[in-house]
Design a protein around this ligand. Structure first.
Ligand code: HXC
Length: 257
């Protein structure tokens, strides 16, 4: 079925998924999220793709979950829809995902960006978890991921006041990797995706898994997990090729095996 709420494009090994409900600042309704998740999962299985980018447009990455879709819902409706359980599937994607953010990145939009592995922001990006202003709270991981990323006190302030903050502030707090002029944010994300795509795909995926484990576990268990994955990579052809190429002073040719 053709996509209605997202646009996809592939540039070599990089897949770009663009949220596309511009009239409502890319508010994340359930059909959009279903399309996004289906396409991300398809790219995760596609051997021609090594890195993904999720982006919006200059005015909005996404201004949150679709408030109109939720406004009249009862607790039973929300429980039955169980929309947020679908978001877990983005967490399970094994290839790296970069969020290329411009404009509003609020509520569920900010939570979607935090599902990604790397955040590139334009100078005009505005972040926030404003759910408190409409009588709720973050529900797609915001209380957990923001706290783990920026620390308890900053997360508490941002979530309890719901205030917006700039890309510069997000960068200073460690929520954003790079802030670039608005004309360049997508190109910057593509350049970084291409850089990652040149690395061994198997090592990239395993390294992503190990970093994400740091969010889930204590230090000792995390170190143990990391060590096992590190040893495991010595069963791959890419490890042999990468180290051999270094010794032979040439560029490695990775096969993902
Ligand atoms: C539905 C939305 C929307 C949203 C904007 N729109 N955000 N529709 N859900 N989250 C719609 C507006 O209704 C309007 O439609 C159009 O987009 C343009 O928005 P304006 O408000 O006219 O633009 P502006 O004055 O520039 O203000 C931009 C804004 C504001 C500051 C971003 O739109 C805003 O506060 N939006 C809501 C942000 C928010 O609270 N997000 C959290 C949602 S809850 P019309 O038809 O009037 O032109 C959430 C929970 C997550 O995310 C839980 C897990 C997923």
């Amino acid at each position: 079925m053709p996509n209605q709420f997202i646009m996809t494009q592939q540039e070599g090994p990089v897949a770009i998924l663009r949220l596309n409900r511009p009239d409502v600042l890319n508010a994340l309704n359930i059909p959009l999220m279903d399309e996004l998740i289906t396409n991300v999962e398809a790219y995760d299985q596609d051997p021609g793709v090594r890195c993904m980018i999720i982006t919006g447009n200059e005015r909005a990455f996404a201004a949150g979950a679709d408030i109109k879709e939720m406004a009249e819902a009862s607790v039973v409706d929300m429980y039955e829809r169980n929309n947020l359980a679908r978001w877990e599937r983005i967490k399970r994607v094994r290839k790296p995902i970069i969020a290329a953010v411009s404009g509003f990145c609020l509520g569920g939009g900010c939570e979607l960006a935090m599902h990604c592995d790397i955040l590139i922001a334009s100078e005009t990006a505005r972040f926030g978890q404003p759910e408190i202003n409409i009588g709720v709270m973050p529900g797609a991981g915001g209380t957990q991921r923001l706290s783990k990323t920026v620390g308890k006190y900053r997360a508490m302030e941002l979530i309890l006041t719901g205030r917006m903050f700039t890309a510069a502030e997000a960068h200073a707090m460690g929520l954003v990797n790079r802030v670039v002029p608005v004309e360049r944010y997508l190109d910057e994300a593509i350049a970084m995706a291409r850089e990652i795509a040149e690395r061994s795909p198997i090592a990239v995926r395993v390294a992503k898994e190990a970093v994400l484990r740091a969010f889930e576990t204590g230090l000792s268990d995390g170190l143990d997990y990391e060590r096992k994955l590190f040893y495991m990579l010595f069963a791959t052809e890419d490890q042999k090729e990468g180290m051999k190429a270094f010794v032979e002073k040439r560029k490695a040719e990775y096969k993902g095996r």
